[in-house]
Design a protein around this ligand. Structure first.
Ligand SMILES: [Zn+2]
Length: 356
C-alpha cells in the first residue's frame, strides 16, 4: 500500500498492541472519499463495516482479504457501526458469497438495516414535513424533492438490506479469543450509531462518529408515535441528532483512549483532541445560530429557514439546503434544551423561536 492514506488497499496492524486488527480502505464514488473498514483476525473472523456495494469496492475488498489469506466465505461476523451505504453496502454480498455470516447492529438501526431502500421516498416525504414545519417555502421543497428523486434514479444501487442476527446495546461485549470489544451507543450521526472499544490497547472504532478529517452531519427526523402531551406545541416526536451527538461526545471526554480507528480520514493518534475539535465545531455553529436568532427575532421570532437564509446568503437553496437546515434545526434543539431559545407555533403552523 502507498503512503497515501486515501489510496484503496490494506494497512496491516495499524495499532501495534492490537495486531489482529487490519485497516482496509475501499473506494466510494461519493464526495466523502474512501471508507475505512476493519478486519479482525481470530475466531470468528470479523469485519467492522463493509464498504459500498460496487465492483471497485468488491475488488478492493477481495484483494485485501486475499493479501491476508482470507476468503469472502471465511468472514463469519460483521459489526455495523450504522446503516449508511458505505458501512452496510456489501454485508448482504458477503452473506450471498456463501459465508455463514452473523450481522450485528445496534437495536435502533435494525429496521434501517433490514429495510434499507435506495428509493427513500418516505425520507423525502418526512424531510418535507419537517422543513415545512420549520418555514421552508413549498416551492423550494418541490424543487428539492424533484432533484433528490432524479439523483436517486440516476444513482447506481450501492447498498442492499440484510438481516440483523444480533441487536447490540451499550455495555454489550463482542468476544474474540484474546479480547473483547465493548459496545458504546453513540447516537447523533444516526440514532443507533455505535462505537467499539478495546480496553487493553484503549482503541476505539468510531465509524462516522469521530473521523480523522471531518465532523459528521447529524440526522433529524420524525419518529412514529403521538406528540408528547406535555409539549404545548404538540410537536411530533423526533430524533434530535445534534443534542444527542453533543451529549455522546461529552461522555467520551472523560475517558482516555489511545487510538481512534475511524471510517474516514486515516488513523487518529490524538483522540482527546479529535473529541474536543468535534465539540468545538458544533459549539461554534450553535453560537452563530444563536446570534442570528437574536438579530432576526426582534418582532415575531425567527424560523429555522430565516436563520438559514441569514447564515448562508450565498448557498444554493435547492442543492445546499438539506444538511445546513438539519444543522440549524439541530442548533435550535440545543438552544431550546439549554433554555436559550423558546419555540412557538405561528398561525400558519410554522415553528418560530425567540431567544431567551
Ligand atoms: Zn454515515
Amino acid at each position: 500500500m502507498t503512503n497515501d492514506p486515501k489510496a484503496p488497499g490494506l494497512r496491516r496492524a495499524p495499532v501495534a498492541e492490537l495486531p489482529q486488527v487490519h485497516q482496509i480502505v475501499l473506494p466510494t464514488p461519493w464526495e466523502v472519499g474512501p471508507v475505512q473498514i476493519y478486519l479482525i483476525e481470530g475466531d470468528p473472523i470479523t469485519l467492522v463495516d463493509t464498504g459500498v456495494r460496487s465492483e471497485p469496492s468488491r475488488a478492493a475488498l477481495a484483494a485485501a482479504l486475499d493479501a491476508l489469506g482470507v476468503g469472502f466465505e471465511d468472514v463469519r461476523r460483521v459489526v455495523l457501526t450504522h446503516h449508511h451505504g458505505d458501512h452496510l453496502g456489501q454485508a448482504q454480498s458477503l452473506r450471498s458469497a456463501g459465508a455463514d455470516l452473523e450481522v450485528l447492529a445496534h437495536e435502533a438501526e435494525r429496521e434501517l438495516v433490514e429495510n434499507f431502500s435506495e428509493d427513500r421516498e418516505e425520507d423525502i416525504v418526512a424531510t418535507r414535513a419537517l422543513f415545512t414545519e420549520h418555514g421552508v417555502p413549498g416551492e423550494l421543497l418541490d424543487r428539492q424533492a424533484e432533484m433528490r428523486r432524479r439523483w436517486i434514479s440516476e444513482d447506481p444501487v450501492l447498498c442492499e438490506p440484510t438481516r440483523v442476527d444480533r441487536e447490540l446495546r451499550s455495555g454489550d461485549r463482542i468476544g474474540f479469543k484474546d479480547f473483547d470489544l465493548e459496545v458504546i451507543h453513540a447516537p447523533g450521526h444516526t440514532a443507533g450509531h455505535l462505537l467499539l472499544h478495546e480496553p487493553c490497547s484503549r482503541t476505539l472504532f468510531t465509524g462516522d462518529h469521530l473521523m480523522g478529517d471531518a465532523v459528521p452531519f447529524t440526522e433529524t427526523y420524525y419518529e412514529s408515535g403521538a406528540p408528547d402531551p406535555r409539549d404545548p406545541l404538540a410537536r411530533r416526536p423526533r430524533f434530535r441528532g445534534l443534542p444527542a451527538y453533543m451529549a455522546s461526545l461529552r461522555e467520551l471526554r472523560g475517558r482516555s483512549f489511545r487510538t481512534i480507528l475511524p471510517a474516514h480520514g486515516g488513523i487518529v493518534e490524538r483522540p482527546s483532541r479529535c473529541i474536543e475539535d468535534a465539540i468545538l465545531f458544533y459549539e461554534v455553529r450553535v453560537q452563530r445560530i444563536e446570534r442570528a436568532l437574536e438579530k432576526l427575532s426582534a418582532e415575531c421570532g425567527a424560523t429555522a429557514w430565516e436563520i438559514w437564509c441569514s447564515l448562508f446568503p450565498k448557498a444554493d437553496p435547492v442543492t445546499q439546503m438539506r444538511t445546513r437546515m438539519l444543522m440549524v434545526i439541530g442548533g435550535l434543539d440545543v438552544l431550546e434544551d439549554a433554555g436559550r431559545a423558546v419555540p412557538e407555533r405561528r398561525a400558519d403552523g410554522v415553528i418560530a423561536y425567540r431567544p431567551r
